[in-house]
Design a protein around this ligand. Structure first.
Ligand SMILES: [Zn+2]
Length: 122
């Protein structure tokens, strides 16, 4: 392989990477937050409205969901594993925070699009 070939491949890789990055930025940003408990859609929140919500999950478990700066995340939960809190911030369509002990699923979606959890429960 010649040196020029390697440079050409590197340039092509950069272009491909940049294109993928731009595509990710433009298409995946969500606008609503769907909250479902035990497989049933219970609430839908606006991702552009900063707020704090108390979610009472299965068996009385408590989760605190915060929406801020177009991102959603759990700040507190009384579940034993704390996986939901550790998940961090989500904002892209299809991203979700799951609290298994409380059977709470927080999922990012877009306005006008049916939530996956909704179609499953019907
Ligand atoms: Zn949890």
């Amino acid at each position: 392989m010649k040196k020029n070939d390697i440079i050409l491949i590197l340039i092509l890789l950069c272009i491909g990477g940049a294109g993928f990055f731009v595509l990710n930025l433009t298409k995946d940003s969500g606008s609503i937050v769907n909250v479902s408990i035990d497989g049933k859609l219970t609430d839908t929140y606006d991702l552009s409205v900063d707020a704090t919500y108390e979610i009472t999950g299965y068996d009385g478990g408590k989760n605190t969901l915060v929406i801020k700066d177009h991102e959603a995340y759990m700040t507190e939960a009384d579940c034993p594993d704390q996986v939901c809190v550790k998940t961090g911030k989500i904002h892209r369509v299809g991203e979700s925070i799951v609290c298994l002990p409380h059977r709470v699923v927080v999922e990012i979606s877009k306005e006008g699009e049916e939530a996956e959890v909704d179609t499953v429960s019907q």
